[in-house]
Design a protein around this ligand. Structure first.
Ligand code: ZN
Ligand code: ZN
Length: 316
């Protein structure tokens, strides 16, 4: 299985600003002042030494993760990152080849569906899209998003073939050799998580959930669901203080993610759904705090904690 992040922000797209770029450039220039960067090769060598905080961006698009399993393409949520995934698929497959996609919807808040009207494969009659969802009436929700008052092209105009597969909570389905289980997350209007198992590897997509306001038995249910995951994509936009202040907002922090992941023996924890008000530097500060917390509380835990960033691929 290969997981690829196409959108890692939450709530609303948040592209980097000129101020942020200038900040990174100034830090880079400060570091470059102590290096010989007189030739292209030396400049390339210098860039290898630069802190990852200063290179590239985490990305401004909202939630969208692709999972490739053999020749099957699974997509988790359709935030604005879906637009670029669509462009990639069109470039790769072409307009005349058939394409089948399995799209799992965690929930239908804007940041998880807003990419669909811009998803080029959905306009192609050679594309089949199988939606999987737990909320009722997904088609009506997508129809509404593309109502003429809000978007110029209606859902019915899109030429792809689409099926809507209503799943049940705490259930399991199989697609080829891939097993997918569902769980309800703790989020206003409900959100749902997916556990994907294939050939002894486990990927979990669990975005938009709050844990700190739950009783221990509910937390234990999540620990069971996340058990032994190779990769857990976890909603972590908040700092510790924000988590205390924003009760019932339906989101979480890296610290809670670490507590749960250690208990569930997760191997890789991807911090996801970065808050739009935090620039990359602020998000990296949250990671630093999280790594310090893990080191202090679970020094022996075999858990890799990192920030999800656009374009990142994880081979499971
Ligand atoms: Zn969200
Ligand atoms: Zn939400």
């Amino acid at each position: 299985m290969i997981a690829k992040f196409w959108g890692v922000r939450g709530s609303i797209p948040a592209p980097p600003t000129s101020k942020e770029v200038k900040f990174k450039m100034l830090r880079l220039l400060e570091q470059a002042a102590n290096h010989d960067i007189s030739t292209p090769a030396k400049r390339e060598e210098f860039l290898q030494t630069v802190d990852e905080k200063l290179l590239g961006v985490l990305g401004g698009n909202t939630s969208c993760v692709e999972l490739r399993v053999e020749d099957k393409i699974f997509i988790f949520d359709m935030g604005s990152g879906l637009r670029e995934l669509g462009q990639y698929l069109i470039n790769k497959v072409g307009n005349s080849e058939s394409l089948e996609l399995h799209i799992f919807i965690g929930h239908t808040h804007w940041d998880h569906i807003q990419g669909f009207p811009f998803f080029l494969p959905a306009y192609n009659s050679k594309t089949t899209i199988n939606f999987y969802h737990l909320h009722p009436q997904l088609k009506e929700r997508l129809d509404l998003q593309q109502d003429f008052r809000f978007f110029p092209v209606s859902l019915d105009y899109m030429a792809s073939k689409r099926t809507y597969n209503q799943l049940q909570v705490d259930s399991e389905i199989t697609i080829g050799k891939v097993k997918i289980k569902t769980i309800e997350l703790n989020h206003p209007g409900k959100a749902f998580g997916y556990r994907v198992e294939y050939c002894g590897k486990t990927f979990i997509y669990a975005s938009d959930s709050e844990y700190s306001n739950l009783p221990p038995e509910r937390i234990n249910k999540y620990i069971d669901f996340y058990k032994d995951a190779d990769l857990l994509v976890f909603d972590a936009p908040y700092s510790f203080n924000e988590e205390l202040e924003k009760i019932n907002w339906g989101h979480s922090s890296a610290l809670v993610g670490i507590d749960i992941s250690v208990k569930a023996r997760v191997k890789h924890l991807a911090l996801f759904h970065h808050a739009p008000e935090n620039d990359d530097y602020e998000v990296f500060k949250l990671l630093d705090t999280a790594l310090h917390y893990k080191q202090r509380n679970y020094p022996l835990a075999n858990l890799n904690v990192f920030l999800a960033r656009e374009g990142m691929e994880i081979n499971l």
